[in-house]
Design a protein around this ligand. Structure first.
Ligand code: PLP
Length: 455
């Protein structure tokens, strides 16, 4: 940690260290991590990127064999790759099972979710060169690279952009009338694409009415506006569906982005799937070099992606996410009922869970600082509370006082139940947010306040 404090994102590590949640952690088994003091916790963190758990034995065995068998890393990119080809085939086969119109779609691989979004932006602007606007939705999270950040609807992060790289109109998520009105106002020919998460993750698991997604699809199809489904958190099983926008939302999106689970919790892979005619518009003929990266589609990442899909399929993890998701949603609801002064709302969809915490001070009380700081502190204290109770959770990047749980889809039933038992015991002990604040050691609170105000 000393080296991180010297040369890394020092202030982030400093804040986590004050909160006592900085790690580093070692793997006990795919679902539990141990800190340096020897304390073991159930891992419900990982921001949806750990679908199988950490170091899932079947995946590790496969990778060891893969490396031992003398496979090339596939870094001479100007060549065909059997691994890449197989993953492309498998993803398109799976997708077209639910959306037959994608049978001849094509895939561009990259190294992160944000990069997958960057490619989606480029495909869209090449396909509709005369349409200036993108539409996104309130609290959307699509990443923080420059293009993706234009579509991440959060002024806190967007302040870094001196001037927008894209013309983006942000609309309330789930409001069909507002959507139709705005498309009419802008003129459909001026709208290049609409980007959305079928269920918003970093916004704290926000589920829109399914009719809304169908409505967006219908309007866009009518006018030729491209629909971009960001399935980076929801896709490949976590939502209880392979592709939530299609199977649950009833859509037929033109572009689909995937990332997190595609790396099996072991590597970083982003994928942008586009209809062939859209793909060709940017990468046709000699223009095939107009989007590229050094590591995207490397054979190791592709092999891991393929094996992860196999495991998700063979172990029926999509169905498992639905079953455990329902159980978890009920448990979380009960916890909120037992401690209404602490948790004011719960939301769940498959294995995406969020608990909305009551602010530690009333938000209208200006003496205790601005709303944002209050909300960040609330989220951090809630993370600390559950960490102490033996569960690692996620801070939400676009809804700071909503703490999220994204356990592995393979987590054994007993451990899943044990996790909710721990969350419940801590919630009952603290009862309300003020008590959660008062139960935090004064020294820690003062250090955090000092960090927030004077760093
Ligand atoms: C829906 C969604 N899109 C895009 C991203 C960005 O992915 P990455 O952090 O891999 O760049 C995220 C990350 O949380 C996400 O949840």
């Amino acid at each position: 940690m000393a080296l991180e404090l010297a040369h890394g994102n020092r202030d982030l590590i400093k804040a986590l260290k004050i909160a006592g949640i900085a790690g580093p952690y070692n793997v006990v088994d795919p679902w539990q991590l141990q800190d340096e003091k020897g304390e073991v916790r159930i891992n419900a963190g990982g921001y949806s990127a750990v679908p199988l758990g950490d170091r899932y034995p079947e995946l590790i065995d496969f990778v060891v064999r893969y490396l031992r068998d003398g496979n090339s890393m596939g870094l001479p990119q100007q060549s065909a790759s059997q691994w890449r080809g197989e993953l492309e085939y498998r993803l398109i086969e799976k997708l077209s099972q639910f959306a037959p119109s994608h049978a001849d779609s094509q895939i561009f691989f990259s190294n992160s979710g944000s990069e997958a979004i960057e490619s989606a932006i480029k495909f869209t602007t090449h396909y509709r060169p005369n349409a200036n606007y993108f539409i996104n939705f309130t609290k959307a999270y699509h990443g923080k690279t420059t293009g993706a950040l234009n579509l991440t609807a959060n002024p806190e992060y967007q302040r870094q952009l001196r001037r927008p790289a894209l013309d983006v109109v942000t609309l309330p998520y789930g409001d069909s009338e507002a959507f139709t009105r705005e498309v009419d106002r802008l003129g459909a020919d001026n709208v290049a694409g609409v980007i959305f998460e079928p269920i918003q993750g970093e916004a704290g698991v926000i589920v829109p009415p399914a009719e809304f997604l169908r409505h967006v699809d219908e309007i866009c199809k009518r006018h030729g506006i491209l629909t971009i489904a960001d399935e980076i958190q929801t896709g490949l099983g976590r939502s209880g569906y392979w592709f939530a926008s299609i199977e649950w939302g009833g859509m037929d999106p033109d572009i689909i982005t995937l990332a997190k689970p595609l790396g099996g919790g072991l590597t970083a892979t982003g994928a942008t799937i586009a209809r062939s005619r859209i793909f060709k518009k940017m990468l046709g003929g000699l223009d095939a070099k107009h989007q590229s990266n050094t590591f995207g589609g490397n054979s190791l990442a592709m092999a891991i992606g393929l094996k992860s899909l196999d495991i998700i399929e063979d172990e029926k993890l999509v169905e498992r996410a639905q079953r455990l998701g329902k159980l978890g949603a009920k448990r979380l609801d009960t916890i909120a009922q037992l401690a209404p002064g602490l948790i004011t709302d719960t939301r769940a969809f498959g294995m995406l869970f969020a608990a909305q915490f009551a602010p530690i001070t009333p938000t209208k009380n200006i003496i205790y600082g601005p709303k944002k700081l209050n909300s960040e502190f609330t989220g951090l204290l809630a993370l600390m509370m559950w960490h102490k109770a033996g569960v690692l959770a996620n801070f939400s990047l676009n809804a700071h006082s909503a703490v999220r749980l994204t356990p592995a889809l393979t987590m054994p039933d007993e451990m899943f139940i044990d996790m909710f038992d721990r969350l419940e015991a801590a919630a009952i002990e603290h009862k309300n947010s003020w008590r959660m604040f008062m139960n935090t050691p004064r020294k820690t609170v003062l250090k955090l306040a000092n960090f927030a105000l004077f760093n």
